[in-house]
Design a protein around this ligand. Structure first.
Ligand code: M6R
Length: 359
């Protein structure tokens, strides 16, 4: 049940420290990444990785894809429903990675079948043991987030992103000419602190106050660059899904190529930043601010964005790979509280289903 919480979504947001501990358990050993069923050498024949996913899982896939690409692996990330028309060459050196919480999303299953028909090898990254994706794929990795009841995916996004970050290092270590991240050791050290850092965010957040301040705005924009980009997209998806308000996420640098026309003093801009990104998020937040938009900085305390923004949602200082996930927890809470103030049916938004089994 929901226990002490008003909604499953809030409970699942608060379960993230435990969920993440389970996700990580046994997967970092002697300063390196280990997956029980995927020993060293598993991916030596792979030269290209294609991620396929939908919705929130697509945002987690973007996260993983960026890390894999920066480790030197040829990587593509395709919305599963667009796989037939948007994918490049596929052969037996292609690994298709299906990211799907439920393991039952029709578009994602279809994309994997199309890839494997063309010779690709497949790997399912899923939450549900025995799901169709897990059964059909050559290999399966479980994110171990525990059952998620709320239609809005929360803890499963965090556990997917962590699993994919670890998987990116496992794959890169095998693929010829790629290499796991040079700062892998600090990254993995900081990962062990992630559950505690999420706890800090949950205990100290002022997301409710910010939701109260802004919940009757015209529109909501979310921007970020690098790993902040998928977090911005995820922040906007969650917001529209449960508040029914208009929200959009953009790569920070894209704001000035069109969306800026929508920016007014009635459109708060949530700017996601980590210590690992460049100046783009800050300079583009300033562009929006000049047009009157209130800026909510979601970043560590020492980030230059803090000096610019009207409001700040603080995240603990950690490796940039994990900072994006802490920013996401803040945004989950903003969406939750805004939806609650607007009296929306948070766990079962209109028109949506937890798992989409039609194409
Ligand atoms: O079960 P899946 O991860 O394959 O589901 C994919 C999407 O339908 C899902 O993430 C959807 O976008 C969520 N409702 C978002 O909160």
């Amino acid at each position: 049940g929901k226990g002490e919480y008003d909604h499953y979504m809030l409970k699942e947001i608060h379960t993230q420290p435990t969920a993440l501990s389970n996700t990580i358990e046994g997967r970092v050993e002697d300063g390196d990444v280990a997956f029980e069923d995927l020993p060293a050498g598993t991916f030596s024949d792979v030269d290209t990785v294609q991620f396929v996913a939908c919705g929130t899982s697509y945002h987690a896939a973007m996260y993983g894809a960026q890390l894999l690409r920066s480790a030197g692996v040829r990587t593509d990330v395709v919305r599963a429903s667009e796989y037939a028309s948007k994918t490049g060459p596929v052969d037996d050196a292609t690994l298709v990675v299906a990211v799907t919480q439920s393991g039952e999303t029709a578009d994602t299953l279809d994309a994997v079948r199309k890839a494997t028909d063309r010779g690709a090898r497949s790997l399912a990254v899923t939450n549900v043991v025995g799901s169709t994706a897990a059964r059909e794929a050559d290999d399966a990795v479980y994110i171990r987030a525990g059952p998620e009841v709320g239609v809005a995916a929360t803890k499963t996004f965090s556990s997917q992103a962590v699993t994919l970050a670890l998987l990116s290092q496992r794959i890169a270590a095998d693929v010829p000419e790629a290499a796991a991240a040079a700062d892998r050791e600090t990254m993995l050290e900081d990962l062990t602190d992630l559950p505690e850092h999420v706890e800090t965010v949950l205990e100290t957040t002022d997301a409710e106050g910010i939701a109260r301040e802004f919940h009757d705005s015209d529109s909501y924009f979310f921007i970020g660059n690098g790993l902040g980009h998928p977090v911005a997209l995820e922040g906007a998806l969650k917001f529209k899904e449960i508040t029914y308000e208009h929200a959009e996420g953009f790569a920070a640098g894209e704001l000035k190529h069109g969306p800026l026309a929508l920016v007014t003093d009635e459109t708060p801009v949530f700017a996601v930043a980590t210590s690992g990104d460049d100046e783009k998020t800050k300079t583009n937040a300033i562009e929006a601010q000049t047009r009157g938009a209130p800026i909510v900085a979601v970043c560590p305390d020492d980030h230059p964005l803090v000096d610019v923004a009207e409001v700040h949602l603080s995240i603990p200082d950690t490796h940039p790979v994990w900072a994006g996930l802490l920013a996401n927890v803040q945004l989950q809470l903003v969406s939750y509280h805004a939806a609650d103030l607007l009296e929306r049916p948070i766990d079962k938004p209109r028109n949506l289903a937890k798992s989409v089994t039609v194409e």
